[in-house]
Design a protein. Structure first.
Length: 344
């Protein structure tokens, strides 16, 4: 079974082809990605209308590139999958529209995929795929969640953000420091040259006794510290960035450890864009090693939004029998779609 996956939820257009055979894990045959970062930099963030228009320009050429790379004809595709949500409504509609049009033209079934499930299952594309069950730390864009994962489609929410997510804390703090867009990667880079103990910043909900997150207070503390520094901020940006990163990472690691202890599981999966953060990986690896816990990540290039994770999630859902693709080509999208309600 060949599954073509299209991702267009925000500011990356991704297309990929995976092949699934029997009980074996699906294999990535080819993928292509276009990032809109350069286009949005002038505005300091994603402009939804521009994002949608760029997806329209990119998705078919990327599809052609993927098919050429895999040496597959379009007629050989068995299922066309697309991101149904969550994400920007206009951007989602582009991918959904193209996928359903392709399905109708080819008389092939289509399948709408949950964006976060794509991230959650993306480590299965790597050289060291996890095994069920496991605890998942999902840190992607506006989402910070801890989940118990017992199988494809079997997800139990353990904790989530009650305001700003970790990715938002990185991005908003970076903007306060004048680091531009995209803020998270810029903050992480400059943090390598700073002192993580230079500023005493809060660790929200660190000792709350539950597995929820909150980073809005940290963002406010960073803003307050930046104002105090005033003209000295440029000279102290690396220290403030390092201190901010240290606060975010400490909370993510502590909550992940608590989730592992509470669940009794010995396997952790980290997925989403923040999962590429070097400091987070180092500290999670150390904490998990002390506990005898295996930790799994997607390949670095698959941490951000991509078509491979959408194709993979579709193939795994079909293989597990938790969903069927269909030839009903009328579509809708779900800009707000909690992962816990994925079966609805």
């Amino acid at each position: 079974m060949l599954v073509l996956g299209i991702e267009s939820s925000c500011d990356e257009t991704g297309v990929a082809l995976v092949q699934a055979e029997g009980a074996q894990l699906p294999v990535l045959r080819a993928d292509a990605l276009h990032s809109q970062i350069e286009m949005h930099q002038a505005y300091g963030g994603v402009v939804p209308e521009l994002a949608s228009r760029d997806h329209i320009r990119r998705v078919l050429p990327l599809t052609e590139a993927v098919l050429s790379q895999a040496q597959i004809g379009l007629h050989e595709v068995d299922v066309v999958a697309y991101t149904r949500g969550p994400g920007l409504a206009g951007a989602l509609l582009v991918g959904a529209g193209v996928a359903c049009a392709l399905g109708a033209a080819l008389d092939k079934p289509v399948l709408g995929v949950h964006h976060l499930e794509g991230h959650l299952l993306s480590p299965f594309l790597g050289a060291d795929p996890p095994e069920f069950p496991f605890v998942a730390l999902l840190v992607s864009g506006g989402h910070s969640q801890l989940m118990r994962v017992d199988g494809v489609g079997r997800y139990l929410l353990l904790g989530e953000t009650i305001d700003d997510a970790a990715g938002e804390a990185f991005d908003k703090s970076a903007k306060l420091m004048g680091l531009g867009y995209p803020g998270g990667p810029a903050l992480s880079r400059i943090a390598q040259h700073g002192d993580p103990k230079a500023f005493k910043l809060p660790r929200p909900l660190l000792h709350s006794g539950d597995l929820n997150f909150s980073f809005a207070g940290l963002k406010t503390a960073v803003m307050t510290q930046a104002k105090k520094l005033g003209a000295q901020l440029p000279a102290r940006t690396a220290d403030l960035a390092a201190s901010t990163q240290a606060a975010i990472v400490e909370v993510l690691v502590a909550k992940s450890v608590a989730a592992l202890k509470a669940s009794g599981l010995d396997r952790l999966v980290v997925a989403g864009g923040v999962g590429a953060n070097t400091a987070l990986r180092e500290q999670l690896n150390a904490a998990c090693a002390r506990m005898g816990v295996r930790v799994h990540y997607p390949e670095l290039r698959l941490c951000t939004d991509n078509g491979a994770m959408i194709a993979m999630a579709a193939a795994m859902r079909l293989g597990a029998g938790v969903q069927t693709a269909n030839k009903a080509y009328a579509f809708d999208v779900k800009p707000r779609w909690p992962l816990a309600s994925i079966g609805e």
